[in-house]
Every structure is written in structure tokens, then in C-alpha cells.
Design a protein around this ligand. Structure first.
Ligand SMILES: [Zn+2]
Length: 376
């Protein structure tokens, strides 16, 4: 039996249709064919990337991680023993730093005065950065050392702060693992895109959280997390400060959110200690996904609030990390209706992930051949 569920934060409706998972699938999802290239992200190939924006060396004391966030010049010895480094994307989706966000003067259209034209454009002043998560050629997040995982989350924080300082409106951090999830290079990396505007989906979430805060005086995501912890059926794992759960209205099979258990500051103000705990939980969750789904492609998305909010609106916001495996295919219905069909009950997904025996599966090679594919 199918049911429609609504997510309180995003307002999204999702159709949970377990029966869909059992139907015949004539199309085998062949693994993507790899074309061997010299990996530009491995240690020793630093010359193949633009100069680092930030470097996190192995010997840095936790309290002394202070890369020169605004430096765009290669410094003497910066590559010695790095664990994580951040570079500008060589093929950016945004314009050059310093480019102005301005209304585009509408090109004249035949028979339409420029002032009446419906078609508007503007240059995208932002930044597009790559966070290289390890000097070694590993692919999955759970394959990083604990220090590399922690530095990755610290780098997100530092680069978000740099984006806020640069006056950008919003920055999103995301990670694509596997070709199906959008990765073009296998080496573990994530990306940050800073924008001069807040994307519509984020605006919706900010509005829903603000309305909830006005009505009930609490942060919507914190209340959702508290209810998930109380219900327990969708819980995957938890630590002192974070809960990992399959959200009630999961868009994707085995989707997991990691959310703070109590209200915390905007992500860019997080302490190293908190990020160490977050990184360990994210490694735990990706290891569970790897064990249960046999090395799936997946995405991470860090949903932080826009940078320059009114303080009353800001008080309603709470960041979270979404992790979603890409084992279901997004088809005509999803693209056409903007509404997802999920063939796996979130309660079932959570139980499998919770019960996964990750101790014996630890650090399964990322190129393991077995995989599981589903079509909604
Ligand atoms: Zn590599």
C-alpha cells in the first residue's frame, strides 16, 4: 500500500510505495566505465590544480588550524604532509571572484521593448571550490582517516566563513561519490559553491522554520529531531550532540539526515570538537550504507542557513547534513511533478542501517563490485 508523507521542513510530499521495489527491472545498471587518468588530487600532483586556498597539515594542532583563507598564492612548503586541502574549481559554475552581481541589461528581442522583456539574466558572482579530503587515492568518506574526516568538516566551516566574509548570500557544500551521484573524479573530494542569491528550496525551508519558530518558539528541525529520537523507529545512530535518522518523508531509499540534538550556532561557527564528532558520525553512517547497500553511489549535502539573515529569522534556523544513496532512479514522474516516489519504507531502511554489522565490514574497498539498484 502506498502513502503520501509530507516533510515539515521542506514542505515536500513524498510517495512511499514499497510495492514498487518488487517489480521486474529489465535494465541492469552497469557500473560506469572508468577512463584512467592521472589523478590531479593525489599527493605529488599538486601542480595539476590551481593554488591552494587552504591547507590542513597532519601535524597541525587542533587549536592552530588557521589556514590563510584568502591567500590564492602557493606558499613555500604548503604541500608537505597535507591531509586536506582546498583549491578553486578549475571548471567553475560561478563567475570570477570580484565580478559584480548586477541585473543583466536585457538583450532586445524582436518586437519586444527591453523594459517589457520577460527574459532577465545576470552574471553569477560566487565561488566554486574543491575540498580534497585525502592525499591518498581513496573514494568513499568512510575510507578517510578520522583526522582527514574531521579536517574535511573543518574545511567546510572555514570556507563557509570565507564565503560569508566575501559577502555572498549563500554557500552550499555537497559531495558526490560514484559516477551515478555525479562524481567526475574518483578521488575523495567535496565542493562548495557560494552564490549571490539564496536558492528557492532554501528560501522555502527558511520560511517554514521561521513560521514554526513564531508559532511554537522552537527550531523546527530540533523539534523534528526530538520527535524522531522519541519515536526511535527511524533512528540510525546517535552521539552526544547529533542524531542520525531516516527522515519520515525520505525522498530516497535509505536517505539519512544528521542533525544536532540541541540548537547550535550556524555551521561556520562550529567548534573543532563538534565537527570531530560530526565527522565520526558521518563516517559511521556512510559505513552503514556501504555495508547494507554494497558500495552505493551517494551524495552529501550540508544545509546551512543563508549568511545575512535578520536575527529573528536566523534564530529559527538549524543546519543539517543530508546523505542520500543514489540507488533509485529519478524518472519522468519526479522531474515532471517535482515529487519523489520512494520504494523503501524509512522505518525499514533505518532498521537495516541500525542493525548493520559495520565492525566486520570496516573499510571495505570502494571498488567492491557488488551493488544493488532499485527503480521507483
Ligand atoms: Zn587520487
Amino acid at each position: 500500500m502506498s502513502e503520501v508523507r509530507q516533510d515539515p521542513l521542506t514542505g515536500r510530499r513524498v510517495i512511499i510505495a514499497e510495492d514498487r521495489a518488487g517489480r521486474p527491472d529489465e535494465f541492469d545498471a552497469a557500473p560506469a566505465r572508468r577512463i584512467p587518468i592521472d589523478c590531479p588530487f593525489c599527493a605529488g600532483s599538486e601542480h595539476a590544480t590551481p593554488a591552494s586556498l587552504a591547507v590542513y597539515p597532519a601535524q597541525a594542532a587542533e587549536a592552530h588550524i588557521s589556514p590563510d583563507a584568502h591567500s590564492n598564492t602557493r606558499r613555500e612548503g604548503e604541500h608537505a604532509g597535507w591531509q586536506v586541502r582546498v583549491v578553486p574549481n578549475k571548471f567553475p559554475a560561478t563567475g570570477e571572484p570580484g565580478e559584480r552581481w548586477r541585473p543583466h541589461s536585457a538583450a532586445p528581442h524582436a518586437g519586444v521593448h527591453a523594459a517589457e522583456s520577460l527574459f532577465k539574466a545576470a552574471s553569477v558572482c560566487g565561488s566554486h571550490e574543491v575540498i580534497i579530503e585525502s592525499p591518498d587515492h581513496v573514494a568513499g568518506f568512510s575510507q578517510l582517516t578520522p583526522q582527514q574526516a574531521k579536517y574535511t568538516f573543518v574545511a567546510y566551516r572555514d570556507r563557509m566563513q570565507a564565503a560569508a566574509d566575501a559577502g555572498h548570500a549563500y554557500a552550499i557544500v555537497f559531495k558526490n561519490v560514484g559516477a551515478v551521484a555525479g562524481a567526475s573524479l574518483q578521488h575523495a573530494h567535496s565542493q562548495l559553491i557560494a552564490l549571490p542569491f539564496t536558492p528557492p528550496e532554501i528560501e522555502t525551508q527558511v520560511g517554514n522554520a521561521s513560521r514554526h519558530h513564531q508559532l511554537r518558539g522552537s527550531r523546527l528541525l530540533c523539534e523534528m529531531t526530538a520527535q524522531e529520537r522519541k519515536a526511535g523507529v527511524r533512528m540510525v545512530a546517535q552521539t552526544d550532540h547529533f542524531a542520525a535518522f531516516c527522515p519520515f518523508a525520505s525522498r530516497f531509499a535509505y536517505e539519512v539526515w544528521i542533525a544536532p540534538r540541541q540548537p547550535v550556532a550556524p555551521y561556520q561557527q562550529s567548534s573543532c570538537g563538534l565537527l570531530k564528532e560530526l565527522a565520526a558520525l558521518a563516517q559511521d553512517v556512510t559505513q552503514r550504507l556501504q555495508t547494507v547497500l554494497r558500495n552505493p553511489a551517494y551524495n552529501f549535502v550540508l544545509h546551512n542557513a543563508p549568511f545575512h539573515l535578520d536575527k529573528h529569522v536566523a534564530a529559527a534556523q538549524q543546519w543539517r547534513l543530508e546523505i542520500f544513496p543514489r540507488i533509485t532512479r529519478t524518472a519522468g514522474f519526479e522531474w515532471g511533478a517535482g515529487c519523489f516516489i520512494n520504494p523503501v519504507l524509512p522505518e525499514r531502511a533505518a532498521r537495516e542501517l541500525r542493525e548493520a554489522d559495520i565492525a566486520t565490514e570496516h573499510r571495505r574497498p570502494a571498488n567492491a563490485q557488488t551493488r544493488r539498484t532499485m527503480q521507483p
